[in-house]
Write a protein that binds this ligand. Structure first.
Ligand SMILES: *Cc1c(COP(=O)(O)O)cnc(C)c1O
Length: 384
């Protein structure tokens, strides 16, 4: 039997491997030039002034919230339809995560759902570009400016996507910072890895401190300078660093991102055509005017109508070699969120209804045409 296709995975070629080996043979392993090179390549790809790479996107989110220096007792508003890291970054910093419900078509938070979730203590907004499709950042940015709230975009899914004006996700026109993830299931990978883009020089400087113990050696920033050994810890920071091996891989992957994007689009077009007429399956909605690089392909399945529960469907699809996943269990319904904040079912009914029907099928650039055929056949058989 052929191996089961995962819902997402990396594409590593010989040139990616060679790039990593070259650093191992000749380079700095960490805190070297590949990191800076990767950061400037990401910044220029998305059209932002600055980029800082991190060990993963969870650390990047943690640092992004930290450097905003929000008042004690604040809360932040994010999406329930996301990986837990989008909300945990608030809790790490001692703030309360709150959740704005999602739009039933895009599965993204909207300016109006965020407005309903905001209160006097709200100090930051963290919209998530679910599946790679950008939130309406014009509207969210306008709301944030009116309320004087900084915005951190969680674009872990969305490298290579655009906003409605054609600019790239991560250019930070309507936000203070944007976060990317380079985990292997995401569109491009560094193994583990993440990045923050920003146009604000002060945030950039503070993020550098947060990433490396709060320590600086910059002569202009030191309170005194007795000699070449001298450094100062000026804040309480962390070790959130990525390595040069990872950034060499990231540079090599970034050079192929537009190819990955094109292949994902081909696969999605085929899926959309094939699944359009199915009785119990709704293919994902694409917002007109956006050029999205989808990270996930999420079907909404009417399991009740079909007469099979989700666990049965997942088992049957895996027997046909097709792996699936459910993304996401609404964060506010997780046991830790229930016990810590008293959240529960009913708080975000649209996200909860979405979750009941969600099923992600394989989508990754390395899929061959025969892999795609296999998925199409299995979906048509099992979900009809
Ligand atoms: C993957 C992911 C993260 C965390 O990324 P890591 O690099 O694994 O830490 C954060 N937010 C979202 C929406 C994600 O999908």
């Amino acid at each position: 039997m052929s191996p089961i296709l995962p819902y997402g995975t990396q594409w590593i070629d010989d040139d990616d491997i060679a790039a990593v080996v070259d650093v191992l043979r000749n380079g700095h392993l960490t805190q070297g030039p590949k990191i800076v090179e990767f950061e400037s390549a990401i910044a220029s790809y998305v059209g932002a002034k600055y980029c800082l790479a991190f060990g993963n996107a969870t650390e990047a989110l943690h640092a992004a919230v930290k450097v905003l220096d929000l008042p004690e007792g604040s809360n932040g508003v994010t999406s329930p339809n996301t990986f837990v890291a989008s909300a945990n970054c608030l809790a790490y910093n001692g703030f309360v995560p709150k959740f704005a419900d999602i739009d039933p078509k895009t599965f993204n938070v909207t300016a109006s759902s965020i407005q309903r979730a905001i209160d006097d203590r709200t100090a930051v907004l963290i919209p998530v570009h679910f599946a790679g499709q950008a939130c309406d950042m014009e509207a969210i940015g306008a709301l944030a400016r009116e309320r004087h709230l900084p915005v951190i975009e969680d674009a872990a899914h969305a490298i290579g996507s655009t906003y409605s004006d054609g600019s790239k996700v991560g250019c930070c026109r309507n936000s203070a910072m944007t976060i990317f993830s380079f985990h292997p299931v995401k569109t491009m990978t560094t193994g583990e890895g993440g990045a923050i883009t920003t146009n604000d020089p002060d945030l950039y400087r503070r993020l550098q401190l947060a990433r490396s113990h709060g320590i600086t050696k910059d002569p202009k920033a030191l309170s005194k300078n007795p000699g070449p050994w001298y450094y100062e810890q000026q804040e309480l920071g962390y070790n959130f660093r990525i390595t040069d091996m990872q950034c060499a891989l990231g540079l090599s992957q970034l050079s192929k991102l537009d190819r990955f994007r094109a292949r994902r689009k081909e696969i999605i077009a085929r899926y959309n055509r094939e699944f359009a007429g199915m009785a119990f399956v709704v293919p994902p909605y694409e917002t007109p005017g956006l050029d999205s690089c989808f990270h996930l392909y999420v079907l909404q399945v009417d399991f009740a109508g079909l007469g099979k529960d989700r666990a049965t469907v997942m088992k049957e699809l895996s027997e046909h070699g097709v792996g699936t996943q459910v993304l996401y269990i609404p964060v506010h319904t997780q046991p830790w969120y229930r016990k810590t904040y008293g959240y529960g079912l009913g708080d975000c009914p649209v996200a909860e209804a979405y979750y009941e029907k969600a099923l992600s099928i394989p989508l990754f650039a390395k899929m061959t045409d025969s892999d795609v055929d296999k998925v199409v056949r299995a979906v048509k058989l099992v979900l009809a």
